[in-house]
Design a protein around this ligand. Structure first.
Ligand code: NAD
Length: 468
């Protein structure tokens, strides 16, 4: 992004000086929506509305769908400062500048261009296979990427010709409602149907249960923690499950250590580490461990001493779980809480621990990066595989050895494998990958795109139609 630090500071201070209405109570624009622009008191009404819109959507062309997607993209660009501020005020997670980057990224989710019709032809004629919509999708969004997931899912799901009913995480319902409402308003202004995406105003476990059992919902897409994914997979409907990760980083002696440190700290500290694909623990071979840690300190990572690690552990975990109130805070706040002085506010805290340490084993979602020294590359890979807990989510390697990289990639078997770059490259940041906020490891769709929200329809023509 070509934007200077001064420009960013100017924008931040402008936005922060604005008095925004409270999240969830924002006024509608002047557009008349003869409803509440996608927002409903009862989940069954949200489902009925999305169902009725789906039937109308059949009369709209691919170009129409892309026009609606363009509206979502330009709304996101226009209102990213408002959305970022609302997300922080409501969820208290992450940091403002990275939210802007995340929202910009969400707007880059591919639309209809990713859909492809395929054909098979032979002596007995022709078959074309088209990517058709499922119908009405029931989708959940995580508190960690609330508006971003609505924007990204809406682009991909509408591109595929579906309508969507969202059950947002309750702790982000205000900004999610605002996002759903504004997207509907913009699409309506562009001549589209109302209620192309809908949401229940007060999401709850009960509304989620109704969403997963309502016959008008054709497919479920769950972006969230392991409990949620498991529940959706047991619903009896087709479900796409995008669950938790705990991405390990392996660094070997052949790596460009300075570059590795830059990339790891950049990825790990993004939005205070609340994104599922970000670096969560590092396994480094002994020969280069000191060099890596020193290089990380140059990247504004704060090295915590062993005695203070115990205090930090007691601060952020209890009974073997992370404490919710400490997820996604700025790194200096943890240091303040355990009375550790620092010169400048760090991007993250690094510490050396043993493999068994909870910082390695838990998906912390905090700017705390545990580092484990290991005797050799194979041991590092064995640890990484165990720490990933079979999530099949994301893994990262820093190495110049093709055989080491291949060995790790085969052993870890993750959906996303990033080599010599920050983890964010896995979802299209400065890379050839695609952007998505729903990484479906458990059900195998991978980095989901519009294609994953379609079903294959075959049109078979037997009496000719071929030109050879
Ligand atoms: P979560 O499982 O607590 O919530 C996700 C969804 O579950 C919510 O949108 C909501 O619909 C439902 N839900 C959960 N608790 C609920 C409640 N009390 N009442 C009603 N509904 C409820 O997950 P989270 O904390 O929002 O998100 C963080 C988790 O999601 C992390 O584990 C992260 O790794 C994972 N995640 C995965 C992906 C991916 O693409 N694989 C993306 C983002 C987040």
């Amino acid at each position: 992004m070509n934007i200077s630090k001064q420009e960013i500071e100017k924008i931040v201070s402008q936005v922060l000086s604005q008095t925004l209405p409270e999240a969830g109570s924002l006024p509608l624009s002047t557009v008349s929506t003869s409803g509440d622009a996608g927002l409903f008191d009862r989940i069954e009404d949200a489902i009925d509305a999305a169902h009725s819109t789906f039937r109308q959507l059949k009369d709209y062309s691919l170009n129409d769908r892309q026009r609606y997607i363009n509206e979502i993209k330009s709304f996101t660009q226009k209102e990213k400062h408002i959305l970022a501020k609302m997300i922080i005020e409501e969820t208290k997670l992450g940091n403002y500048n990275d939210k802007l980057e995340k929202l910009e990224l969400a707007a880059l989710t591919p639309g209809t261009e990713i859909l492809k019709t395929s054909a098979r032809s032979g002596d007995t004629g022709l078959a074309i296979i088209e990517e058709a919509p499922f119908g009405v999708i029931g989708a959940t969004t995580p508190v960690t990427n609330p508006a971003e997931t609505i924007i990204s899912n809406a682009i991909a799901m509408i591109a595929a010709g579906n309508t969507v009913v969202f059950n947002a995480h309750p702790s982000s319902k205000g900004v999610c409602a605002y996002t759903v409402r504004r997207i509907n308003e913009e699409i309506l202004l562009a001549g589209g149907p109302k209620n192309i995406i809908t949401m229940v105003k007060e999401p709850s476990m009960a509304s989620l249960e109704q969403l997963s059992t309502n016959p008008k919902i054709n497919i479920l897409v769950g972006t969230g923690g392991p409990g949620l994914v498991k529940a959706l997979l047991q619903s009896g409907k087709k479900a796409i499950g995008a669950g938790a990760g705990n991405p390990p980083v392996v660094v070997d002696e052949t790596a460009d250590i300075n570059q590795a440190a830059t990339d790891i700290i950049k990825g790990h500290s993004f939005d205070n580490n609340i994104v599922c694909i970000l670096e969560k623990e590092v396994f480094v071979v002994n020969q280069v461990a000191n060099q890596l840690i020193a290089a990380m300190e140059k990247e504004q990572a704060f090295l915590l001493s062993a005695d203070k690690v115990k205090e930090l552990l007691a601060l952020v975990t209890a009974g073997g779980h992370t404490k919710k109130e400490w997820i996604g805070k700025d790194a200096y706040k943890y240091l303040d809480a355990i009375a550790v002085p620092y010169n400048e506010k760090p991007k993250c805290i690094i510490c050396e621990v043993a493999f068994e340490h909870p910082f390695v084993q838990l998906e912390l979602l905090m700017p705390i990066l545990p580092i484990v020294r290991v005797d050799g590359f194979e041991k590092a890979v064995a640890y990484a595989v165990e720490a990933e807990h079979g999530n099949r989510h994301t893994a990262i390697v820093h190495s110049q050895s093709v055989s080491n990289i291949t060995y790790y990639a085969k052993a870890i078997d993750t959906t996303i494998f990033v080599k010599n770059a920050p983890s964010l490259a896995g979802i299209g940041v400065n890379s050839e990958s695609v952007v998505s906020f729903t990484i479906a490891g458990p059900t195998g769709e991978g980095i989901t795109t519009a294609k994953d929200f379609t079903r294959a329809r075959h049109c078979v023509i037997v009496d000719g139609f071929r030109i050879i």
